[in-house]
Design a protein around this ligand. Structure first.
Ligand SMILES: [Zn+2]
Length: 355
């Protein structure tokens, strides 16, 4: 338990890495650095996924945590050197302006800020409006198009430039807990399992998936190639314990309340029950979330891969998802790792997840 409030070095490096959708190399390098010494193999594929395997069981458990994050892509540079962009993933446009950003160029980072008209210069109507994506630009201090183009190219990826901050208790603020937290969990459990005398009966394959934020595209290909019998997607889930949240609509999920075990048509009911049994057996506090449709997670595509995969979804409670200041509780992340470990060890070759 992270009561003394230290952030594990692996998690910290993942949170600091810049990994916008389609440009996940930094997070992938962190995964390789921390997982290679523990896994039997780590391979890459042509979508940029990192796929680590442990054991040689007849059956396979796939654990998926996506390593991409929302960001931007440079789409146009104007005559004065101001840079315009498209969004990568789902943004709240209220957040767009007044931010420091890092542009990831072939020659390294270029720093900028997102600008728009100052409040003093707006009329009453403009003050109430949410900016259009194309009404905000990136200012890198360049004096001309040519100067900007000497540093930045069309298609370069951009992320918000924010730090990891410890808050009170075991809470922490970072730019991309979605889903570096889940990505950490699926590899931390593999590292822990590798040190045990008693290995799981199933082969465990942990995948850092790419391009989740634009349609679970890394999970799509990796689930096909891994061909698992059982899979757990690990992602963040909305904590609903913030002021004014309508619990009648969004249910009750607390930060610090433990991992969220999802239930609904996207989830194999026997996998759900097994996860709950494991949580109870280990004394891990957990929460249950209802998902009425295919979820916006890797579980969505993994479940319907090939002839179908018995799929579960475990969520780490998160406040302020898809903002530059997401807040998670480190104890929830630790408890998620414990739950995944217990689940992996519970699997027997005789298990039947058909229903
Ligand atoms: Zn997301």
């Amino acid at each position: 338990m992270a009561t003394h409030f230290e952030i594990d070095e692996f998690l910290l490096e993942l949170l600091r890495s810049r990994s916008p959708t389609g440009s996940e190399r930094e997070a992938a390098d962190v995964v390789e650095k921390h997982v290679l010494p523990y896994a039997d193999s780590v391979r890459r594929d042509v979508l940029g996924n990192r796929i680590a395997s442990l054991g040689d069981g007849k059956k396979t458990l796939m654990l998926a945590g996506h390593m991409d994050e929302i960001g931007f892509i440079v789409s146009y540079i104007d005559d004065n050197g101001f840079i315009f962009f498209e969004t990568l993933g789902g943004h709240d446009n209220v957040m767009l302006s007044g931010r420091r950003v890092t542009i990831m160029t072939r020659n390294g980072y270029v720093y900028g800020v997102t600008g728009k008209k100052a409040v003093h210069l707006m009329d009453a109507k403009e003050r109430k409006e949410v900016p259009e994506t194309h009404g905000v630009w990136i200012d890198i201090g360049a004096a001309s198009r040519a100067e900007a183009e000497s540093m930045v190219e069309i298609g370069d990826a951009v992320v918000y430039d924010t730090m990891v901050h410890k808050l009170s208790n075991t809470c922490c603020a970072a730019r991309a807990f979605d889903d570096r937290a889940g990505c950490y969990c699926v590899f931390e459990v593999l590292r822990k399992l590798s040190k045990l005398k008693e290995r799981p009966e199933y082969r465990v394959v942990s995948v850092a998936t790419t391009q989740e934020e634009i349609g679970t595209r890394g999970a799509w290909t990796s689930a096909f190639s891994v061909n698992p019998d059982v899979a757990i997607a690990v992602d963040v889930d909305h904590a609903t314990d913030f002021p004014g949240c309508d619990k009648h609509r969004f249910g009750s999920i607390k930060l610090g309340g433990g991992p969220v075990i999802s239930r609904g048509p996207n989830i194999n009911p026997k996998v759900f029950e097994r996860l709950v049994e494991c949580a109870k057996m280990e004394g891990i506090s957990y929460q249950v979330g209802a998902e009425s449709r295919p979820t916006g997670t890797d579980a969505r595509i993994i479940q319907t891969t090939r002839g179908g995969v018995a799929t579960g979804l475990v969520g780490i409670p998160l406040r302020y998802m898809h903002t530059p200041a997401e807040v998670a509780d480190l104890n929830d992340i630790d408890n998620c790792v414990r739950l995944l470990q217990s689940f992996a060890l519970s699997l027997k070759n005789t298990d039947d997840f058909t229903f």
